[in-house]
Design a protein around this ligand. Structure first.
Ligand code: PEP
Length: 248
């Protein structure tokens, strides 16, 4: 299994000054991490972050990518444009976009395909809502969401990262227990195994109120290969503690 991967999703937060301060604190404490690390700022700050992170162990990610390659798609940013800025990872299908921008499973699969074609690793988010969780539909929902990506991308699925993010745990302070998360990750791993012989190389991240206190236990589960971190990635000390907890 490859190194664990810790990704910060800054969501719609930051400013030129705040980004510089946060990255300064991160680079001051990160040393040589044992895991891979990336941050995903709002796209408008990519040029700034590219400069700030140059030569550092922190890679650049984005929170979204267009499902189109170029043309009359006002407001969209293509995977090729992101690649121009040194982007390594693209989050696709975050539950906030599925909810607020009506992104469907098919949209998410297309975005993953565009990212892969440009040499960007898509971080495909899957996860059930509270209502679905309470109705015992977790497995059905995450498998449906991932199968759209597998269906469109075929054997290339071995090149993606998956993030299991139970919607009820995002930004709520309510984390899935390590056992709950592990059991869903095992389901996802089995689904990937059925699609590619390289399933073990696909990193499956957990996201949903992961923080400095619960990271080590979550990351010790056999199928949890890293974390997608929202709130705690905006506090350098907390994000650094999560990075330190992510040993191979
Ligand atoms: C996220 O938005 O991907 C996330 C996991 O957020 P938080 O860590 O704040 O729950």
């Amino acid at each position: 299994m490859s190194k664990k991967l810790i990704v910060g999703n800054w969501k719609m937060n930051g400013s030129l000054a705040a980004n510089a301060a946060l990255v300064g604190d991160l680079l001051g404490g990160i040393g040589q991490p044992e895991c891979d690390v990336a941050v995903c700022p709002p796209a408008i700050y990519l040029a700034q972050l590219r400069g700030l992170l140059d030569g550092s162990p922190i890679e650049l990610g984005v929170q979204n990518v267009s499902m189109h390659d170029h043309g009359a798609y006002t407001g969209d940013v293509s995977a090729e444009m992101l690649k121009d800025y040194g982007v390594r990872y693209a989050i696709v299908g975050h539950s906030e976009r599925r909810q607020h921008q009506a992104e469907s499973d098919v949209h998410v699969a297309l975005k993953a395909k565009r990212a892969l074609a440009a040499g960007i690793t898509p971080i495909v988010c899957v996860g059930e809502t509270l209502r679905e969780h309470e109705a015992g539909m977790t497995e059905f929902i995450v498998k449906r969401q991932l199968s759209a990506v597998i269906h469109l991308n075929g054997h290339c699925v071995s090149e993606i990262v998956v993030a299991y993010e139970p919607v009820w745990a995002i930004g709520t302070g309510q984390t899935a227990t390590p056992e709950q998360a592990q059991s869903v990750h095992a389901v996802l791993r089995a689904q990937i195994r059925a699609a590619t012989e390289h399933a073990e190389r696909v990193r499956i991240l957990y996201g949903g109120s992961m923080n400095a206190s619960n990271a080590a236990e979550l990351l010790s589960q056999p199928d949890i290969d890293g974390g997608l971190i929202g709130g705690a990635s905006l506090k350098a000390a907390d994000f650094l503690k999560i990075i330190m907890a992510a040993k191979a």
